[in-house]
Design a protein around this ligand. Structure first.
Ligand code: NIG
Ligand code: FE
Length: 440
């Protein structure tokens, strides 16, 4: 239904979209404004038989259907003049929720590692492949070989598939360059996905992802590489405005807590916020470092004890779980239940990368967070919307359906959000809106 009314004196909003007949509306708008831990993580702000009004790229109003006409009238200028066009989508009882927020991806890379997938399925070990010069180092070789346009083409294709699966906000890390030129190229591609392709993106410099081949095999190689990251790469990234965050792979076979502290300290002095790959391969001090530095997020967290959970909670660090990686690598799942019971706000993200997890559907990964990490469906939805947004400094902007938030939302092909877990992997995303436009 389209309705046009009003005189031509002054223009009203460019256009309004009304979603009516929503069976379950998951607003995520009821709890604390920051990241939510404990019982607050399970509060979805559920409204039944609700309607939503979108004006331009924002949520304008949320309420009961019989308040919609008044909400439309309230969009007119004070003299009541101006044309108002309302496009009405009847959701016919289906569920509506915020667009998903994928707060941990590595989605700009060259080539692929399908050969390693088969090796690992045949019994080869992920860390052993890496130690032998494959793994991350294979992706570094393939990424260095691609131009910015070729990297952009590959990343955009991936991002659009991810968006068709429900993701409307992406955190994107570099880390397959490990040299100045390629790190900058990866981050420029990530920024371009926002500026020319209409995706919502936060970027992270992960130059300290692995020690590159050219610095291996010499006594001072590690120190020289860390100096290059701190004195050359990070300053150049910041000078070009290419990163919002800095991350380090602080784990066995990658960087120690001391080395990570050096890089993160420099990043913070340059004005970047911090995230950290921590406790994925072992209990190597990354989670403690994230708490000590007050990082926005500590990610992976497969190996974690009570003291570490308490430290994360007390420091206000979001625990970002990546259960797709546990599935693909055949590793244990992070104990999400224990984190929630300890009051740590939990986010769930895809980790989409060429090696340890190339899954693109965050909707599927949030189901894995239930089956593997023991979150409830409601907690997992909060983890992949509001809490992920909070970890990216975007609370209230995305991850909620509330007046003033960006109009990024999903209409499901079912009347019950729990089907995302119950029927995990089925095509349940009926429509994706980004910035008030239907994009999938
Ligand atoms: O988050 N753990 C470190 N980095 C990525 C994997 C990178 C790769 O294998 O290419 C991760 O799992
Ligand atoms: Fe990762």
């Amino acid at each position: 239904m389209t309705r046009a009314s009003g005189a031509a004196a002054s223009p009203g909003p460019k256009r309004l979209i009304a979603l009516t007949g929503i069976g379950q509306l998951l607003t995520l708008a009821d709890g604390p404004s920051g990241a939510r831990g404990g019982a607050a993580q399970g509060a979805l702000g559920l409204r039944e038989n609700a309607a939503v009004l979108i004006a331009d790229d924002r949520i304008r109003w949320v309420g009961a259907r019989d308040g919609l006409e008044a909400a439309v009238e309230a969009t007119r200028d004070p003299e009541g003049a101006g044309d108002v066009m309302v496009e009405v989508h009847d959701c016919r009882g289906r569920a509506v929720l915020p667009g998903l927020v994928d707060s941990h991806t590595h989605l700009v890379w060259g080539g692929d590692r399908r050969d390693e997938l088969e090796l690992r399925l045949g019994g080869a070990d992920y860390e052993a492949i890496f130690a032998a010069g494959g793994g991350i180092l294979s992706s570094v070789r393939q990424t260095r070989a691609l131009s910015e346009d070729d990297l952009h083409r590959a990343a955009l294709a991936r991002a659009l598939r991810m968006r068709a699966c429900g993701t409307t906000t992406f955190e994107i890390k570099s880390g397959y360059g490990l040299d100045l030129e390629t790190e900058l190229r990866q981050l420029r591609v990530a920024r371009r996905l926002a500026t020319s392709d209409g995706l919502r993106v936060k970027t992270t410099c992960l130059a300290a992802h692995a020690l590159p081949a050219e610095h291996r095999g010499s006594a001072d190689g590690r120190a020289r590489f860390l100096a290059e990251v701190c004195e050359t790469i990070l300053p150049a990234v910041v000078a070009e405005g290419l990163a919002d965050y800095c991350d380090v792979f602080c784990d066995r076979g990658a960087f120690t807590p001391e080395e990570s502290r050096q890089v993160l300290g420099r990043a913070r002095a340059l004005g970047l916020e911090l995230r950290l790959h921590a406790n994925e391969l072992g209990s190597t001090g990354g989670a403690r470092l994230a708490a000590e530095l007050g990082a926005a997020s500590a990610d992976h967290l497969l190996y974690l004890d009570d003291d570490e959970r308490a430290a994360l909670r007390d420091a206000g660090v979001v625990a970002t779980l990546l259960p797709g990686t546990s599935l693909v690598l055949g590793k244990p799942y992070a104990d999400g239940r224990a984190l929630i019971e300890a009051g740590v706000p939990v986010a769930v993200a895809s980790d989409c990368n060429p090696g340890s997890c190339a899954l693109e559907s965050l909707a599927l990964v949030l189901a894995l967070a239930c089956y593997g990490c023991r979150l409830s469906p409601a907690e997992a939805i909060c983890a992949a919307t509001h809490n992920a947004a909070a970890s990216l400094g975007l609370a209230g902007e995305v991850g909620q359906i509330a007046p003033g938030a960006a109009a990024d939302l999903l209409i499901l092909a079912t009347d019950d959000y729990r089907d995302l877990v119950y029927h995990a992997g089925s095509p349940l995303i009926a429509a994706v809106f980004q910035g008030g436009r239907r994009v999938a």
